[in-house]
Design a protein. Structure first.
Lengths: 447, 447
């Protein structure tokens, strides 16, 4: 369903490939994707987007039309464009599982492939993994902020384009959302879909009663009525009067939705009105500018809200719309490589992340080690592709969601409470040693 | 090129349509898209995305496969799904021009269509216009922050998905960027494309000299060398030594790029090194975590930087990734409508925005009036579609970019300096009167 055109990349990827082609630089390169540091207000991150990455890598190929267009641009030599017809991904992919919690300096993806391929995949690889990871990390905070409540993604309209809206629904579901309002996400990924009604629907009728009745009779299943178009409490009283009439018609109201004002106060009032009318089964849904902090506050105030619709703050991850992540060359032609740019130095070599747990199942500590060091806990990077082919069945979305729930459950309490916390990651002595040796060699270059 | 599937929408749009179908509610509805209030750090906004909206509306149709899928979900009655085969957009679209500057409370889009159509288009309409408007508004600030310098979009990898990366390049170009690194944006929209090289390219070679020479000989056009992989000033000295040798081979170095550390200081050092070597023609490009504030600061320090590459802060609009915009029903069946929800009340009726200028061409004041009030300056909403068909040729991207430049030039100085400023918008007395009458009628409902 996604457009994986190989032109969705930076010009420089092809420029570099042209040089590599001319000098036959096709030896194996190891690139790793990692996050340099946590943004403010994030104690952990959650990996997502692997399935889309594998789809991209498996189908990676220039179409004849794309090659014709590349020829027409005069950006590259004709011979080089001809050679692009043979481009495929023939390398290895190791990755954390979707739904895995991770921390800075930990590689979440490792690509091992001939240099030109490993370089060419960079732009779309980051584009796919970064966004879903941003969303899953944001959604996970919301899930932790509202234990026992159900969250639904309402944010397609303000997501950054259609692909973002679609992938946000998927990533949020992995992180523990109950579902989405976006129909296409139900079709593409099987994410459960939910819907209510808009204020315009109410306004298009001369009165709320007619609007509610018509909706109830035409769409009786999971019936949720929006009651704040004119006056929230008046809307609740109308629902109380309407409910017995609808029962006669065989329709029961599942929920009411509030979308404005002081949600805790209105929810309390609405709950009282409904309870007084014997309508304890009608659930309350709230929406309207919610984020992790307002969810935490509403839950802390014991607002009687059962469902939350979350839009913009989820699909744009408006408090942290981007992560400081990088896809860096760690080894080429069997030699570790290290970038030294100020403030951007990387840990060299191919690495593995090991996770250890306390006896009660709580995460104790991660260690980043060179891949050839001895095991030290549970490995976090797993083989996914070898020589361009899948070597494992990817978990279903439901399995990824269950894994995410396990990971969230294993977090130390301060992280689960969304409080600041020291990141429990250590760098192995062997890895520190390699980095120091490489710095030393660069300072005293041999002839 | 974009995927405009009509399933890229919220479930509730179809739920409401099912009710409208049952009750034959097909009278003309007027919806307007507007921004409720400016976010912090924005004195004005810039409209973009119209071309993609028109493409979507013109091609709006369910495919047989989509209808089969809808039937399979059991979310809707079979009759209703059958009726969706006939869905087209048959209405009118009025819009501000792409590149237009606008302010809160001003409708930038008006849809007039049978209610079900006007409702159905909501989700994707907002999705398309909101994102490009977010990006154009962000990019316009950067353009104003760096007068006389050239800006290039480097942000595909961190954009929220592929569509976002593509549309960001387009919207930034309208706002005044010189171009993008994203190849597909060159193909799709003709946005000029630029590229340099990555640190991994340098690292894959045993030394910088070989890396630079190989690139220069294989890719001599607009040659830009990345000099900060190990040590920026050492990189500049290497360039100074290399340049005469390359001239012998017929290659001249167009620019060097810095991507880390204190960019003002390094740019000064690099400029001195290059000038001392008689290489005054080599331009300096800077990148790495730049945003409008750092651009303003670098320009204020007179850093000798000619080109800026801007990534994440542009394509995710990381300081303001979303606008508080709404697409609201303003009139149905000939009667104005008004939503009263707390903090979310709207100006009712169909409206026009009129702009007046001082004698020197500077924007003086906008007035939002009912569409049937007398003209009062330059109208900002123009007819784009009538009865589902384009009635005007949309401006080319170059024309939209020129219009954006004119609009930026017309801004009052405090807005051009990116300082806070009172929004120069007034609401006409007639519009205030209509809203007051509608509130009054609601408080004293007739039988």
């Amino acid at each position: 369903m996604l457009d994986h055109s190989l032109l969705l990349t930076d010009l420089y990827q092809l420029s570099m490939m042209e040089v590599y082609a001319r000098h036959r630089m096709r030896q194996p390169a190891v690139f790793e994707l990692f996050v340099r540091k946590l943004p403010a207000r994030r104690g952990f991150l959650m990996m997502a987007g692997l399935e889309q990455l594998v789809d991209f890598l498996e189908g990676m190929q220039y179409s004849p039309e794309e090659l014709d267009w590349l020829r027409s641009t005069d950006l590259f030599s004709p011979d080089f464009v001809d050679s692009l017809a043979d481009v495929r991904f023939t390398g290895d992919l190791d990755s954390m599982a979707e739904g895995s919690v991770f921390f800075p300096d930990e590689p979440l993806i490792r690509i091992t492939a001939p240099l030109p391929e490993a370089q060419l995949v960079e732009s779309r690889l980051i584009n796919l993994i970064h966004y879903q990871t941003v969303i899953a990390s944001t959604a996970a905070r919301m899930v932790l902020a509202a234990p026992g409540r159900s969250l639904v993604d309402f944010g397609f309209r303000r997501a950054h384009g259609a692909e973002a809206g679609l992938l946000a629904a998927r990533a949020a579901y992995i992180a523990g959302f109950a579902g989405t309002a976006t129909l296409a996400a139900n079709r593409a990924y099987g994410v459960p879909v939910f819907g209510t009604m808009a204020h315009s629907y109410i306004q298009a009728h001369d009165d709320e009663t007619t609007a509610f009745e018509r909706f109830a009779l035409a769409r009786p299943k999971d019936l949720t009525l929006l009651i704040d178009t004119y006056d929230t409490e008046a809307g609740a009283r109308l629902v109380a009067r309407l409910a017995p009439r609808l029962v006669t018609a065989g329709v029961s109201i599942a929920a009411v939705r509030l979308d404005s004002g002081d949600l805790a106060m209105h929810a309390q009032n609405v709950r009282s009105i409904l309870d007084a009318a014997g309508l304890r089964n009608i659930r309350i849904m709230a929406s309207g500018g919610l984020d992790d902090l307002s969810l935490q506050s509403l839950v802390g105030q014991q607002a009687p809200i059962d469902w939350f619709g979350v839009g913009t703050s989820l699909t744009t991850a408006s408090d942290v719309p981007a992560l400081d992540c990088a896809y860096k060359l760690q080894e080429y032609a069997g030699r570790p490589r290290r970038k030294l740019s100020e403030g951007k130095a990387t840990w060299p070599g191919r690495k593995q992340v090991w996770r250890r747990f306390h006896l009660d199942g709580t995460l104790s500590r991660d260690t980043v080690r060179l891949a050839d060091e001895a095991p030290s806990g549970q490995p976090q990077l797993h083989p996914v592709m070898r020589s361009g082919r899948r070597v494992t069945k990817l978990p279903s979305l439901a399995e990824a969601r269950a894994h995410a729930a396990d990971c969230l459950a294993s977090l130390p309490e301060p992280l689960r409470r969304l409080e600041a916390f020291d990141v429990p990651v250590e760098i192995s002595p062997a890895l520190r040693g390699l980095a120091a040796r490489m710095d030393q060699e660069r300072r005293t270059p041999s002839a």
